[in-house]
Design a protein around this ligand. Structure first.
Ligand code: COA
Length: 375
């Protein structure tokens, strides 16, 4: 019998399947592409809906296709009454990620995927409806407002900001949302996407795959890091204080949220992009604290540990400058990553084999059950 080789902890550096959707750190431990397009290129030239279309179809849309797609998504934003009733029962101190998970799960009861021929319709529906779910609950539970879901915004990010703030966002804020949602859209076999693929591999339904993925994304080692980074930097009044506190944390061997990555070695290609927008927003709101604190954290972490900001770190200040409550940071990640999750569910289903690895056994040797009064 051949000896099985134990996979690296956390399946690090293991190839767990094939994908045509995305590359992460494929060249010299750097770079991120969606269907062959560099993320920098997409973030500079595209709207998020173009990228979602790319992830669902493998090609970017032309102008007519994009307009038709945006109009379709606009028509899919409304919430069924029973879903609103469920959302109205969730308390204000619930975590919005739990609200999204429940919202998706409830929708799975109301609009069940009966067979895979409708998978694309379910993907579009969830892409369109997630901002409505989280903002409807947020405004009802915090302000007792029953929001009218119908905003004029033709973009997902614009709709989210309009629902949240009760007014149309500025062109700048809508553009930042496009960039942010593009950066978060897809990332190969990360934990939440792998969760979705494992679930899909059992031939389970679309909503179950997405609910499971939301649960994986919620943790601070994954999507929850943007929220955790904000909770950390908002305590620090100046770069000097940030540096002192950060050094103390490193001495205590604490993990610093928003830094490091399981795959990239020297930098995360998404960081430079979102950092630029954070700086622009800092200038817009006249910030003299949060952005300089963030920059000092970046400098200290590189100097002390050669650790770099991942996509989450400058997203914290970016979202904060747009008046988004911290608890809604990770749900925005869901509103975006649903596009990547869906693409991977389609891909898994198109060439499926149930995902079922082995474990190296480290428990007791085989033994006999003693009668209960002899144990
Ligand atoms: N702060 C402090 N030290 C860190 C660190 C961080 N954010 N990230 C990694 N390290 C250290 C580890 O403690 C470890 O040191 P050691 O060898 O002395 O034990 C070393 O760097 C290697 O890190 P490791 O935890 O093995 O990397 P990983 O691939 O298992 O984990 C992350 C990757 C992303 C989970 C990890 O970097 C992390 O927890 N980051 C903070 C959470 C975060 O921002 N998540 C979002 C990811 S996009």
């Amino acid at each position: 019998m051949t000896q099985k080789k134990l996979a690296g902890a956390g399946l690090r550096d293991q190839v767990a399947g094939k994908t045509a959707i995305c590359t992460v750190a494929a060249h010299d431990h750097s770079g991120l592409t969606y269907y062959g397009y560099n993320v920098e290129d997409l973030a500079e030239h595209c709207k998020f809906e173009e990228v979602a279309y790319l992830l669902f179809n493998g090609e970017l849309p032309n102008r007519q296709q994009l307009q038709a797609y945006q109009a379709k998504l606009q028509g899919l934003r409304d919430l069924p009454r029973p879903l609103k009733e469920v959302l109205e029962r969730i308390p204000a101190d619930a975590h919005p990620m739990d609200v999204l998970r429940t919202g998706v799960s409830m929708l799975g009861n109301l609009e069940t995927e009966k067979d895979f021929s409708t998978q694309r319709e379910h993907a579009d529906r969830l892409l369109a409806v997630l901002p409505s779910i989280v903002t409807y609950w947020y405004r009802y539970s915090h302000d007792t407002v029953r929001l009218d879901i119908d905003t004029d915004a033709d973009s997902i990010g614009g709709h989210f900001l309009h629902m949240l703030h009760g007014q149309a966002p500025s062109a700048l804020h809508e553009q930042v949302m496009h960039v942010s949602l593009i950066l978060y859209a897809e990332h190969e076999f990360n934990a939440s996407t792998f969760t979705a693929r494992v679930c899909a591999s059992t031939l389970s339904d679309f909503h179950s795959c997405i609910a499971g993925a939301i649960g994986s994304l919620r943790g601070p080692l994954h999507g929850g890091a943007n929220e955790a980074a904000m909770a950390m930097i908002e305590n620090w009044q100046s770069p000097i204080e940030a540096e002192a506190e950060l050094m103390a944390k490193l001495k205590r061997k604490e993990k610093i949220m928003g830094f490091g990555h399981a795959v990239y070695r020297d930098s995360d290609p998404r960081n430079g992009i979102i950092k630029k927008w954070s700086k622009k927003l800092a200038e817009e709101v006249g910030d003299t604290q949060l952005y300089p604190v963030s920059v000092r954290c970046e400098e200290v972490m590189w100097r002390e540990k050669k650790l770099f900001c991942n996509a989450d770190f400058f997203h914290a200040s970016t979202y904060h400058f747009m008046g988004i409550p911290t608890a809604l940071f990770t749900p925005i990640f869901v509103m975006s990553r649903i596009s990547g999750w869906a693409a991977h569910i389609f891909e898994q289903r198109a060439d499926n084999r149930i995902i079922r690895p082995n474990a190296e056994y480290i428990g007791p040797a085989v033994r006999t059950v003693l009668p209960i009064d002899q144990r």
